[in-house]
Design a protein around this ligand. Sequence first.
Ligand code: IZC
Ligand code: ZN
Length: 430
Amino acid sequence: MSGITYIKRASQLITIRGGTKEPKRAQDMSDIGIIEHGSVVVENGLITFVGSDVEAERYVHTLNGHINTIDASGKIVTPGLIDAHTHIVFGGSREKELEMRLNGAKYIDILKAGGGILQTTSTREATEEQLIQETSKRLNRFLQYGVTTVEAKSGYGLTLEDELKQLRAAKKLNEKHPVDLVSTFMGAHAVPVEYKENPDEFVRLVIEEMIPRVAEENLAEFCDVFCEEGVFTVEQSEQILEAGKVYGLKPKIHADEIVQFGGAELAAKVGAVSADHLLQASDEGIKQMAKSGVIAVLLPGTAFFLMEKPANARKMIEAGVPVALSTDRNPGSSPTESLPFIMNLACLTMKMTPAEVLTACTINAAHAIGRADEVGSIEVGKKGDLVLFDAPNYQTLQYNYAVNLVDTVIKKGQVIVEGGALRDVPVPTT
Ligand code: IZC
Ligand code: ZN
């Protein structure tokens, strides 16, 4: 990526600096490194200058070559938002489940009856090319909401070939779409109907056949499991995550979403990078996560859409657990790409502050997907991934709820979204 991009005169430059080595915890989550009247320069895709307008003018005078200058007056500039938990690659749709749930059915009962995730195994019928096309549209929407990096899980194929297909689609999207994708293997998302009578055989398949192939083809960096009553037990989850570790896949866990199940404790025990959901996490589990440095990836949009009480974010922050926030974008329990709305929900339903939610969707989310040295803050050396919001200060992002205030999105120094609209993004093909 060549060229110079100079974003000047932001009313507030929200740098989120100081969290590259370790995720931010407790009071540090409120330290978002604001530079009033700030400017930033991106050269060849990387940030080379961050500071005041006055210093920036001096710096820019030393540069040669064409400079694309973007006036950010009246706007705030943040790092590109990061979504650390999505199930974005899938085929089909599940709108009927919403009606079922409005009529009293529970998410987990729909799954146990062969619906839910097991319905999304319709992903098996889609070609890799179709998955790429469908997922591109979702990624385009993510861009319009200011999201420049997403994690993407497999887990709707539930056969070796179909899991590989999902992960290959994500890999190609990462190569060709402006949004960066980080892949997680989640073969242990549900026990497919073929193994209903013999779930341990499916666990064996995940451990002995899927994990080695995923690692051999270099298709994922993380391994995740849906550790939940009626899905995978704590013991099965531990075996799968330990097997993943042997092959270099770092553990993540869907933990304590529906019942208190010991998922948070398991996350600490296996040294998981993150434990996600945590609506029912025990006090002991939270304590152990803080001690082991497990990041809590909270998904208040899922709680909202399932009409459940969200996770206790305040308790986790007070206990010293680093907190990240994500959409959980998936066809069943969170069909949205609006990370800004998830940030609103984090404030309004979990009482996180406007500063904490920005940390949670930038540097802490970057840590949750192993990218903190590249993205998540506006600091020299990081990727030039930036968002200009049509807001004079960062509190306004949470005050105007469910409103998309994204004006401009810059990816590695290139303007991708302008005036809220996507510039021509080529739809990738295989
Ligand atoms: O497709 O329902 N919770 N996995 C665990 C999901 C939600 C995704 C889905
Ligand atoms: Zn999930």
